[in-house]
Design a protein around this ligand. Structure first.
Ligand SMILES: Cc1ncc(COP(=O)(O)O)c(C=O)c1O
Length: 373
């Protein structure tokens, strides 16, 4: 164990890797630069490509999931209502304003499906997260994409101008992805209220828990007072449920009913039981935010030292300019044991890197300096 990792930090994140080492599970080991002597390789890389929580699911959530196994052979919703109640109180909405899905991606696709079935066009930014638009486009739903502004922020004035009568859904990601920028809370609130008189305004807040910017605000409270505003959240990010699958939809009673009607999957008792604990576990979330800040700082220091252009993060990833083709950059990183994200047109000489543990980012910095300086 390295000196800069406290025993507590080790117990939270490192013990899984220690167990994995004993059991010879290289995938889990690959996540832990804190294990002495560990060196990432192309076959056993560190994962900085999919914006995951590198510490995994919290102890409390893990224990709740294990306990739920006792009754997981029964049909039924398990702790569904308990989680709904917890979230309703946390967010200041009513239980009727909430639904769950198999990851928030299911809500995104469901809204794409509704647009296909009921007709209309999707208005969104470029670049942004692709689940909804990709799903809709494959079903011939027309899409209008509005480029981000010169500050790499979603341009709400340009979005208003791009609105046409056939738009049935406006999809905005806040903080955006792959650009970890945010929309200013006052401007976004006005936009949601105005535009929701014309169509559905759908805000994707997948990275909500990581934001520490006073200009940011969640739009969840608006979903309880305005008919045509829906917000998606996910347990995949700070809660570490990417492989467990729990998404959350907030909306008016009418929209929640419609989403449930169209959705074909939904979540499961284990995910719900884990989330019921994870969302209450603010201590672990504070720890993860602190670690994320440390990782961001290591990466900012690297980029500042070498004059690299980058978009400052409101999230758990950074978007930076390499000046080289992203496919080539991915290959170079991969050969050195690091996975970075896929291409995001039109920024094909930029790269998105997710925040691992601080020691992962130190390794990333070493590799960056070896390859690019
Ligand atoms: C902005 C955004 N929305 C939604 C998702 C979907 O996440 P999940 O389906 O795991 O909840 C992601 C995943 O990376 C994302 O970045």
């Amino acid at each position: 164990m390295t000196n800069d990792i406290s025993r507590r930090d080790w117990l939270r994140g490192g013990s899984a890797a220690a167990v994995a080492m004993v059991m010879g599970n290289s995938r889990a080991l690959a996540q832990d630069m804190a294990v002495p002597g560990f060196k990432p390789t192309a076959e056993n890389p560190i994962r900085l490509g999919t914006n995951e929580n590198p510490y995994g699911i919290s102890r409390a959530a893990r224990n709740a999931i294990i306990k739920m196994f006792d009754t997981a052979h029964h049909y039924g919703r398990g702790k569904y209502m308990e989680l709904i109640q917890t979230l309703a109180e946390m967010e200041g909405v009513e239980p009727k304003n909430i639904t769950f899905s198999s990851g928030s991606g299911e809500i995104l696709k469901t809204l794409g499906l509704i647009t296909k079935v009921e007709g209309g066009r999707v208005l969104t930014a470029e670049p942004t997260y692709h689940d909804l638009t990709r799903y809709a486009e494959r079903r011939d739903v027309p899409i209008t994409r509005v480029p981000v502004d010169e500050n790499m922020t979603i341009d709400l004035d340009a979005m208003r101008e791009a609105y046409t009568d056939d738009v049935s859904i406006i999809y905005l990601v806040n903080p955006n992805n792959p650009l970890p920028s945010i929309m200013h809370k006052d401007k976004l609130r006005d936009f949601c209220i105005d535009m929701s008189k014309k169509c559905l305004v759908f805000i994707d807040e997948a990275y909500h828990e990581y934001v520490e910017n006073p200009d940011y605000e969640t739009m969840v409270p608006l979903t309880a007072t305005h008919e045509n505003i829906v917000v998606a959240r996910t347990a995949s990010k700070i809660h570490g449920f990417a492989g467990v699958r729990l998404g959350i939809g907030y909306g008016s009673e009418a929209w929640i009913r419609k989403i449930r009607e169209f959705m074909t999957g939904g979540t499961n008792q284990l995910a719900v039981a884990g989330a019921a604990e994870s969302y209450k576990d603010t201590e672990t979330q504070d720890f993860l935010r602190r670690k994320n800040r440390e990782s961001l700082q290591i990466t900012y220091n690297l980029f500042d030292k070498h004059g690299v252009e980058y978009v400052k993060s409101n999230s758990n990833f950074i978007f930076f300019k390499t000046g080289k083709d992203i496919q080539e950059v991915r290959k170079m990183f991969s050969e050195n044991g690091i996975i970075v994200a896929r291409p995001f047109p039109p920024f094909l000489d930029w790269c998105r890197v997710s925040m691992g543990k601080p020691e992962d980012m130190q390794y990333f910095a070493e590799v960056y300096e070896k390859l690019f300086t």
